[in-house]
Design a protein around this ligand. Structure first.
Ligand SMILES: *[C@@H]1O[C@H](CO)[C@@H](O)[C@H](O)[C@H]1NC(C)=O
Ligand SMILES: *[C@@H]1O[C@H](CO)[C@@H](O)[C@H](O)[C@H]1NC(C)=O
Ligand SMILES: *[C@@H]1O[C@H](CO)[C@@H](O)[C@H](O)[C@H]1NC(C)=O
Ligand SMILES: *[C@@H]1O[C@H](CO)[C@@H](O)[C@H](O)[C@H]1NC(C)=O
Ligand SMILES: *[C@@H]1O[C@H](CO)[C@@H](O)[C@H](O)[C@H]1NC(C)=O
Ligand SMILES: *[C@@H]1O[C@H](CO)[C@@H](O)[C@H](O)[C@H]1NC(C)=O
Length: 641
């Protein structure tokens, strides 16, 4: 075994390319199916003495995705034998070597390089399943100038032709999963949405799809885009979701970050049907609440499940099981499906794990490699090298067949639908969390570029939308809304949620309007204004406070527009009076609006201590007011009667 140094990356001296123990359904280790890391094949005598085409299948037996390879092996074995038995590749024989990428860049690089430098020459890679690994494997395949087809890898950055010039992937990129989620949201006319994401790539993708729709006239309102990597992020984000009244949230989060968010949502009582969660990427598996049950996430698995109930997740394509025939192998899809179901389970003495979501790409991938080589070899005998790699890639992009994972058809231009080169059209599986712990996800629908085929009813809390007939019956269906109803005194603002009406205004029929003159609103969030109390008044609309009556003024009524002057023989000695005080007995004022008792005077004559004031045309004579009649001497200016 050689130790290699490639691009200054120290590589471990690996032994076998694949492990000796593989995982059963419950994770128990069992001896792997193929301890030699080579798929067995019963030779087809018709091939005579063929030339070898050696394919390295590189995907994880361990790591982030778990033991994916063990679940895929039955389909690889099946496809390899079918290819051997077929008339494809006359004069050649496909051999398959199994290697563990462990789902990391370093391990995938090491395993790929190890595979190429040991044993017979290799001619193609079917790998990796994780995006990091795919990037690494793509570099290795360029270095060795061989054909690469990947059975996984959702990252949209892999669509960049200049960076990954020869990558044809079978798993749809995250863009298609998000597109499926957008289609579901649009079906329910959701407009106000938020995104919780981990990578900037997912944020950019979300913004790109929003912009695409906005330009086409669909008025998305993006309320929040929050990056979730810690519990405090999750706490802050869920609080913001409440403040902004964001009901529809797209999650581009892995299981752990998703659990952080859902736990906080659970603690705040944010559950279905009031809140709708849509998972666009992250590969959450069955049993995710248990696996995400991290010591520092304060929720139990049942609590996480309660928060996740109703969540709709876009996943890789499902393994189809119709009676249609596989475009390359010629077998009915249902046959392949049922043979796989039996073989995946038989591992570990009947405790094997099956995976009906991811593994179809392995079957399609091996067949596609065979088909591409077949087309290529009819015109050339070069299996590797610059020209062969480019020619093989060109043929890959022309593939168009019904696969076990749906229609396989490549987009060959970055301009086409703004998707990258090497991305395929295909089927996206939509699942919904409706089941018990350990069996949370139920198949909900299949999405393709042509639309959505529904398989089950959508269930959000106590609301159910009838969809099992293939399409959803929205007539009369009660569906969640993308906004709540506001309490009295609060109005709805699209971008902000329920907002309290400010001071001076009150809420009327969903609008904040000015308090009418004579009334006021001293605090925000009022459903009605208060009339000005007696002793105060205001003569304009929109008052936060009423103006108190000044000295010499009063107001005995509430809700008044203005204060009144104290009448004659009254005075107002202080502010905000509901009534004026009368002048002391025997005194009066000569005018309105007196402010002081001193202003109460006798404006007539004092007779035995009493103030007597005679009105016009009368005159005071010894305590009496006498009419000024003809013959008497009236005061100056008086007109005698
Ligand atoms: C391949 O051919 C052999 C010999 O004809 C046969 O026994 C076997 O069942 C075939 N396998 C498949 C998968 O077609
Ligand atoms: C988890 O719960 C413990 C005990 O109730 C509490 O002290 C701690 O702050 C909680 N952590 C989080 C992240 O909520
Ligand atoms: C496999 O299952 C059979 C029948 O249930 C049992 O007798 C046998 O001991 C099992 N083998 C192992 C290794 O557990
Ligand atoms: C592959 O396709 C590209 C773009 O269509 C073309 O320029 C190139 O000549 C092709 N290469 C081969 C080897 O067919
Ligand atoms: C759709 O639902 C409505 C209300 O429940 C019902 O009246 C109608 O018949 C349904 N339409 C179909 C096509 O099932
Ligand atoms: C206020 O004064 C006016 C005039 O004197 C009177 O008609 C009215 O009833 C009074 N209102 C109250 C509430 O006392």
């Amino acid at each position: 075994m050689r130790c290699l140094w490639l691009w200054l990356l120290p590589l471990p001296c690996a032994g076998l390319l694949c492990p000796s123990t593989c995982a059963a359904q419950d994770g128990t280790p069992w001896p792997c199916r193929f301890p030699s890391c080579q798929l067995p094949v019963t030779h087809n005598p018709a091939r005579g003495t063929p030339q070898d085409i050696n394919v390295v299948v590189l995907s994880p037996y361990s790591g982030e995705l778990g033991d994916l390879m063990t679940t895929a092996e039955p389909l690889l074995e099946m496809a390899l034998q079918e290819i051997e038995n077929s008339t494809l590749l006359p004069g050649y024989r496909l051999n398959v070597l199994l290697a563990d990428s462990k789902c990391t860049r370093e391990d995938a690089t090491a395993a790929a390089v190890e595979a190429f430098y040991s044993g017979d020459p290799k001619h193609a890679i079917l790998g990796d399943a994780c995006s990091d690994g795919c990037e690494a494997v793509s570099d290795v395949s360029r270095f060795f100038k061989v054909l690469q087809v990947s059975p996984g890898c959702g990252s949209t950055s892999l669509s960049e032709r200049s960076r990954y010039p020869y990558l044809a992937r079978l798993a749809p990129s995250d863009r298609f999963k998000l597109q499926a989620i957008f289609e579901v949201m649009k079906m329910f006319s959701f407009k106000r949405v938020s995104l919780m994401y981990q990578s900037n790539e997912n944020l950019a993708l979300f913004q790109d799809l929003v912009q695409r729709d906005v330009e086409a006239g669909y008025a998305w309102i993006t309320l929040l885009t929050e990056r979730i990597v810690s519990i405090s992020d999750a706490e802050r984000a869920t609080a913001a979701i409440q403040t902004r009244d964001s009901r529809i949230t797209v999650l581009s989060l892995n299981e752990e970050a998703g659990a952080m968010l859902l736990c906080q949502a659970y603690l705040k009582g944010m559950v279905s049907p009031d809140f709708v969660w849509l998972l666009s990427s992250g590969n959450w598996g069955q049993n995710f609440p248990e696996r995400a049950n991290h010591p520092h996430i304060n929720c139990t698995a049942p609590q996480l499940l309660a928060a996740a109930r109703g969540l709709i997740a876009a996943e890789l394509g499902p393994m189809l099981q119709s009676s249609s025939v596989h475009g390359l192998s010629g077998r009915p899809l249902a046959d392949i499906h049922s043979q796989y179901a039996a073989q995946c389970q038989s591992f570990g003495n009947g405790t094997g794990r099956c995976n009906f979501i991811w593994t179809p790409y392995f079957y399609d991938g091996l067949w596609q490699l065979a088909n591409v080589f077949h087309s290529h070899l009819s015109a050339s005998s070069q299996l590797t090298g610059d020209a062969a790699q480019e020619a093989l890639y060109n043929i890959s992009l022309q593939q168009d067949y019904l696969g076990l994972s749906g229609q396989v058809r490549y987009f060959d231009s970055e301009a086409m639908h703004k998707v990258g080169a090497g991305d395929r059209d295909g089927t996206i599986l939509l699942r919904q969390v409706v089941g018990p712990l350990g069996d949370e996800f139920q198949e909900l629908a299949y999405w393709t570029g042509q639309g959505i085929t529904w398989k089950a009813d959508i269930v959000w809390g106590d609301q159910r939308v009838a969809c099992s007939g293939g399409s959803c019956n929205l007539t009369g269906a009660v569906v969640p809304l993308d906004r709540g109803t506001c309490a009295a005194g609060r109005i709805f603002v699209d971008a902000l949620g329920c907002q309290a009406c400010p001071t001076g205004r009150f809420e009327e029929a969903g609008q904040c309007v000015n308090c009418p003159a004579g009334s006021f609103a001293a605090s925000p969030g009022l459903a009605s204004c208060e009339p000005c109390p007696a002793g105060s008044a205001v003569n304009f609309a929109g008052a936060e406070v009423c103006e108190v009556c000044t000295e010499g003024h009063y107001q005995n009524e509430t809700g008044a527009l203005s204060c009144l002057r104290c009448p004659v023989s009254f005075y107002g000695p202080s502010r905000s009076l509901p009534s004026c005080l009368p002048c002391p007995e025997g005194k009066t004022t000569a005018y309105e609006g007196a402010i002081d008792v001193q202003m109460c005077t006798c404006n007539g004559d004092i007779f035995e201590g009493v103030c007597i004031s005679c009105s016009d045309d009368f005159r005071f004579v010894e305590g009496q007011c006498i009419a000024c009649v003809e013959g008497l001497r009236c005061r100056t200016g008086e007109t005698p009667r």
